[in-house]
Design a binder for this molecule. Structure first.
Ligand code: BGC
Length: 521
């Protein structure tokens, strides 16, 4: 008997080790009320860049003035034309074609994560008026979603801001932007908060500030050596000044929401952070420390102030006076806690130390004195995807969830983005048969389900993205959608992944049955 029990325990342990890849993926394993959705952002899908009173955003101006910085020289003027196609049958003549809300409904998602275009709501910022057509657009979108049983999950800032604020304050570099964001958030809470129960202040400010002010890739292209050669900027301190203004803008919006809206509206508020998972390249102490440092510069940079009122030790030591300090008043404002953490997780990568031996620092991790690589002894950490540096490493999802739960007081997590990029191809068949994406989504969802079984505090998952869209500096050269979009006709066509996700959501796709898809992409 004892021996039999021992065998059962060994088997259970073996299964636990093999998980998540060997267990069936079943929606029923996720807690009741778990949000399953898909995500987008305003600039990437809406189009209608000058319509109905919208002001120019920093991305409108950048893509027009710096088209050479975008892989295909294109822009988001039309993008997915979602502004006109979010819903079938709205009265307006140009909104006759189906369909985005219907597409989501047909997939069976119970939530949709989208962002609001600040320039559509407040074209000139706080000093101009509220654009009622902008309010009406999001109002109708929210109503359409709720009518289909889809919970709106709303981001206030996803990289785009009114161009006028870029000019007036130098974007996030000027402290005056804090009041602007506070005002914008307040307008949104007031207009939509009776129906929106999930708010996030910022999307990936940790990635945005590095790409904008350190590497000079995003508008307004600021950087300095060794991170790059731009016409202006200072990569040593601008990212941290911008981040400080963002953290305090976030804190002010959370404070306002908690004091003036939360009790009557009954929603929750959080922030979304981009989270790569860093594995030490070797098991030497220097690489182990490098991986920790990379996680600190990636995650702790924003979440430590929000949870503990202070920047992480590694950053304070390494950046010294380039890193701003929180005043007492700022620390008090930061005492408001977020209700949840949004985790955008796509990939894992190896971290190599650059303190003990020199390396190229003109990279995303350069400020942490870390070099990131997908290769260890000639073996790749996971399968490649179309975006360089993004690998398919599903088990890292569980690691990152565990890490964030442990470090940040077991605060509820929503996986607000996770997805797979494909290259553009001339063959529609190639693009529709997105086996690589099916495998990717299945792997990452299995990893979340494994985390859930082990008690992780995770409550939702959003695929990036519902449909192909404008992928920032990559323009339309890579595709992240479960729906293929023909950018000439705007026709949306479900890919294999859309069918797979729908089957999973309907409870039809146990893991074993889709194993055959592993054939490869
Ligand atoms: C961003 C999205 C982007 C996606 C894929 C995330 O960093 O939030 O806007 O399209 O990754 O690159």
């Amino acid at each position: 008997m004892a021996a039999a029990t021992g065998v059962v325990m060994l088997l259970a342990a073996a299964l636990a080790i093999l998980a998540p890849s060997t267990r069936a993926l079943d929606r029923a394993e996720f807690p009741p009320g778990f949000l399953f959705g898909a995500a987008t952002s305003a600039y990437q899908i809406e189009g209608a860049y000058l319509e109905d009173g919208k002001g120019l955003s920093n991305w409108d101006v950048f893509t027009h003035t710096h088209s050479g910085n975008i892989a295909d020289g294109r822009n988001g003027d039309v993008a997915d034309d979602h502004y006109h196609r979010y819903m079938h049958g709205t009265e307006s003549a140009h909104r006759q074609s189906p369909e985005d809300v219907e597409i989501m409904h047909s997939l069976g998602v119970n939530s949709y994560r989208f962002s609001i275009s600040w320039a559509r709501i407040l074209p000139r910022g706080r000093l101009g008026g509220v654009n009622s057509a902008g309010i009406a657009f999001y109002d109708q979108l929210i109503v359409a979603l709720l009518q289909k049983g889809i919970e709106p999950f709303v981001t206030l800032h996803h990289f785009d801001l009114p161009h006028e604020l870029e000019t007036r304050y130098g974007g996030w570099l000027g402290a005056g932007i804090r009041e602007e964001f506070d005002h914008y958030a307040d307008v949104c809470f007031q207009a939509f908060g009776d129906r929106v129960k999930f708010w996030t202040t910022f999307n990936e400010p940790n990635m945005m500030t590095r790409l904008t002010y350190m590497l000079g890739m995003y508008p307004p292209n600021h950087c300095s050596p060794p991170f790059g050669n731009c016409n202006s900027g200072n990569s040593q301190w601008e990212p941290y000044v911008a981040a400080h203004n963002i953290i305090m803008s976030h804190a002010a919006a959370v404070d306002n929401y908690k004091k003036n809206y939360q009790a009557k509206q009954g929603g929750s508020i959080g922030i979304v952070i981009s989270m790569k998972y860093y594995e030490p390249l070797t098991n030497t102490t220097v690489d182990i420390l490098a991986a920790r440092r990379a996680l600190s510069f990636e995650i702790h940079w924003f979440l430590d102030p929000i949870f503990f009122g202070e920047y992480p030790k590694e950053m304070r030591e390494m950046l010294s006076s380039n890193l701003p300090k929180f005043t007492l008043a700022e620390k008090i404002l930061l005492e408001n806690k977020v209700d949840f953490i949004g985790v955008n997780h796509y990939t894992a990568i190896y971290a190599k130390d650059c303190i003990s031996s020199p390396c190229d620092l003109n990279t995303y991790e350069g400020n942490a004195l870390v070099f990131a690589t997908g290769q260890r002894d000639g073996v790749q950490i996971g399968k490649s995807t179309a975006l360089v540096g993004f690998y398919d490493v599903p088990e890292a999802m569980e690691q990152i969830i565990k890490y964030v739960n442990q470090r940040y007081e077991n605060t509820p997590i929503y996986v607000t983005e996770n997805g797979y990029s494909q290259h553009n191809s001339n063959s529609m068949e190639d693009m529709i048969n997105d086996v690589g994406r099916v495998n990717y989504l299945r792997g990452y969802l299995s990893s979340i389900s494994s985390a859930v079984r082990r008690g992780a505090n995770v409550h939702g998952y959003f695929v990036w993205s519902i449909m192909d869209n404008f992928e920032w500096v990559f323009g339309f050269t890579v595709r992240f959608g479960m729906y293929h979009v023909d950018f000439t006709t705007q026709e949306r066509t479900p890919k294999m992944s859309a069918k797979w996700y729908r089957d999973f959501l309907m409870g039809y796709a146990p893991l074993g049955e889709v194993q055959t898809l592993r054939a490869d992409s």
